[in-house]
Design a protein. Structure first.
Lengths: 142, 108
């Protein structure tokens, strides 16, 4: 899926770098993507470095012995579920969410199994995203 | 005149270089650009009224619009009544709308 020139005025690109569960930046990024979709923008996400693990399909929730909860009762969210929810939100609102994981970053981390609706790509995709967007926001790691 | 959106995520009492980011916002505004500084995550800790409140008053005088993420404020128990003058609570929609309008964005 690629954005055409006619979509540029309604498309925003986000570049993410943080791995799941490590920093509030991931949560803020999800909030921004959600807000952009709800406001009717097409959204591109290019995931670099640790962020390629955000949609990793093999994430599983876990129990919490301190809380006395089994996995179901703890209901601990995984980031892959949030990515899936954003993809569903985009489909419901008939806007595009194109989530691309940097392929080399995926390979070195061994997280090739991503949830459906995301795809593998390269920095060439980021260039196309940026050229076809109204704005690009890079959220760097510290 | 260009439109700039500077997003600050760090607490200035933890990281010295936050003040440089504030100064960047002021410099861009003095150069007659439209500048919004959006405080998010721990950056909103600086938005509380206090001895340092002159930082944001100075930014306002330079023409910078200072917004603070209302979600981050609630997370940290900072009531709107405790904010410095010149800091306005806002949702992340304010970021999205400026990105959608073509603002040049920087995240620190």
């Amino acid at each position: 899926m690629s954005t055409s020139d006619s979509d540029a005025s309604t498309t925003i690109t986000f570049v993410l770098n943080d791995p799941p569960y490590e920093n509030a930046r991931s949560t803020t990024a999800f909030r921004l993507i959600d807000s952009a979709l709800r406001r009717g923008f097409n959204v591109n996400v290019f995931a670099y470095e640790g962020a390629v693990a955000l949609p990793f399909a093999r994430q599983t929730p876990h129990a919490n012995a301190v809380h006395g909860h089994d996995a179901a009762a703890e209901d601990h969210p995984n980031t892959k579920d949030w990515v899936a929810a954003l993809l569903a939100e985009a489909a419901e609102r008939k806007v595009k969410l194109d989530w691309v994981n940097c392929g080399l970053c995926v390979d070195e981390r061994g997280v090739a199994e991503a949830i459906p609706g995301t795809r593998r790509g390269s920095p060439a995709d980021l260039l196309r995203f940026s050229e076809g967007s109204r704005s690009t926001l890079v959220i760097p790691t510290r | 005149m260009a439109s700039y959106l500077l997003i600050e995520s760090r607490d200035p009492f933890e990281s010295n270089d936050v003040r440089y980011f504030y100064e960047l916002a002021a410099s861009l505004a003095r150069a007659e650009n439209d500048v919004t500084l959006f405080l998010v995550q721990n950056a909103v800790l600086a938005a509380r009224a206090g001895e340092h409140a002159s930082w944001f008053a100075d930014l306002g005088k330079a023409g910078v619009r200072v917004l603070a993420d209302d979600f981050s404020l609630r997370e940290r128990g900072i009531a709107k009544a405790r904010l410095s003058d010149g800091v306005t609570p806002a949702g992340v929609e304010a970021i999205v709308d400026r990105l959608g309008s073509g603002a040049r964005a920087l995240w620190h």
